[in-house]
Design a protein around this ligand. Structure first.
Ligand SMILES: NC(=O)c1ccc[n+]([C@@H]2O[C@H](COP(=O)([O-])OP(=O)(O)OC[C@H]3O[C@@H](n4cnc5c(N)ncnc54)[C@H](OP(=O)(O)O)[C@@H]3O)[C@@H](O)[C@H]2O)c1
Length: 272
C-alpha cells in the first residue's frame, strides 16, 4: 500500500537511529567531569554503547591516563567514536596537548571513525596559557588523521558560579563589571554533542553558547540575590590583555544554534 511507503521514513527514522546507536561504541574521556557527567547519561539514553574513561578504576568504566598514556590502547580498542572532554587546566601541556596526541595516535591505529573534541569559545582571541594549550590541542586533533568535529563551547553555568565564588573568597565579590560572557547550560552542551556525533565528522570548528550575553556585573548581582547574600560587590577594571579581550566580548559568539537554558533558570533551579 502506498500509505505504508509514505509513512515509513517518519516511523522508521527513530528505529534506524537507535539501531545505529546500539551498534556504536562511544568512548567518553573526562566522563567524571562536569560535562562528562551530563554527556554519559545523555548518550546512554540515545542507545549508544558508552565507555566512560577516568584515571580512577570504576566498575563499567575504562581506566586510562592521558599524561602517561597508560591504558589508552585498551580504552580505544573497538571504539567507533570518541567524545574527548578530558582536560587539566593546571597541566595543559602534558595532559591536553601531549595526552591528546597519545590518545589520537592510538585512535587512528584502532580505526576510530569520529573524534568530537570540546574546546572553548574565543581561545584564539584571548591571550591565556590554558587557552593556548586548547588551541594547540585543536591542531593536534586536526593533524591526527582521525576524522573530527571540534565544538567550542562557552563557559558552563557551574563554572561561572565557581569563578564568582573564587573572587569572593576574601569577602566582597571582586569583579571586572564589564567582562562579558555568554554562559551555557551543561545539558544543552550535552544535547549538542549528541546531535554532532549522530552526524558524520564535519572537519570543522564551530562555536556554541547560551542564549544571553551577560556582564559580570549582571552575573554577580543575580548570583548574590539568588543566594540571599548581602556581600558587597567591588567593581574594578582588571589589568592585562586577557581582561581587555573579555571586556571586548571575545568569548561571546554570534554562532547558531545556541542553547536555551539561561543563567536565571540555573540559579532558580539551584537556589529555589
Ligand atoms: N568548564 C567550562 O566552563 C568549559 C567551557 C567550555 C569548554 N570546556 C571544556 O570542556 C571539557 C570538559 O570540561 P569540564 O568542566 O567538564 O571538565 P572537568 O569537570 O574539570 O573534568 C575534567 C576531566 O578530565 C579528566 N582528566 C584530567 N586529567 C586527566 C588525565 N591525565 N587523564 C585522563 N583524564 C583526565 C578528569 O577525569 P578523572 O579525574 O576521573 O581522571 C575529569 O573528568 C574540557 O575540555 C574543557 O576545556 C569547559
Amino acid at each position: 500500500m502506498t500509505g505504508d511507503t509514505s509513512r515509513s521514513p517518519v516511523v522508521d527514522r527513530p528505529n534506524v537511529m537507535s539501531e545505529r546507536a546500539a551498534n556504536t561504541t562511544v568512548l567518553v574521556t573526562g566522563a567524571s567531569g562536569t560535562l562528562g557527567s551530563a554527556v554519559v547519561p545523555r548518550l546512554e539514553k540515545e542507545g549508544y554503547r558508552v565507555r566512560p574513561m577516568s584515571r580512577r578504576a570504576r566498575p563499567g568504566w575504562v581506566a586510562a591516563d592521558l599524561r602517561t598514556g597508560e591504558g589508552l590502547a585498551e580504552a580505544v580498542d573497538g571504539v567507533d567514536v570518541i567524545v574527548h572532554l578530558a582536560s587539566a587546566p593546571g597541566r595543559p601541556q602534558q595532559t591536553d596537548v601531549e595526552g591528546s596526541r597519545l590518545l589520537l595516535t592510538e585512535a587512528r591505529h584502532a580505526g576510530v571513525r569520529h573524534v568530537l573534541y570540546v574546546s572553548i569559545n574565543g581561545i584564539d582571541r584571548v591571550p591565556y596559557r590554558y587557552y593556548q594549550a586548547k588551541l594547540d590541542t585543536e591542531e593536534v586533533v586536526k593533524a591526527s588523521g582521525v576524522p573530527y568535529t571540534i565544538l567550542r563551547a562557552a563557559q558552563f553555568h557551574p563554572f561561572v558560579e565557581t569563578l564568582l565564588a573564587l573572587v569572593s573568597k576574601a569577602g566582597p565579590v571582586i569583579i571586572d563589571p564589564k567582562w562579558q560572557v555568554q554562559p551555557v547550560a551543561v545539558d544543552d552542551v550535552a544535547d549538542r554533542i549528541a546531535d554532532l556525533i549522530a552526524a558524520p565528522p564535519t572537519g570543522e570548528t564551530t562555536e556554541y553558547a547560551g542564549p544571553q550575553v551577560l556582564t559580570f556585573d549582571e552575573l554577580a548581582r543575580s548570583w548574590r540575590a539568588a543566594r540571599g547574600s548581602r556581600r558587597p560587590i567591588w567593581r574594578l577594571p582588571f589589568p592585562g590583555g586577557m581582561a581587555r579581550a573579555i571586556r571586548a566580548g571575545a568569548q561571546t559568539t554570534t554562532a547558531t544554534p545556541t542553547g536555551t537554558g539561561t543563567w536565571p533558570e540555573y540559579l532558580a533551579a539551584k537556589y529555589r
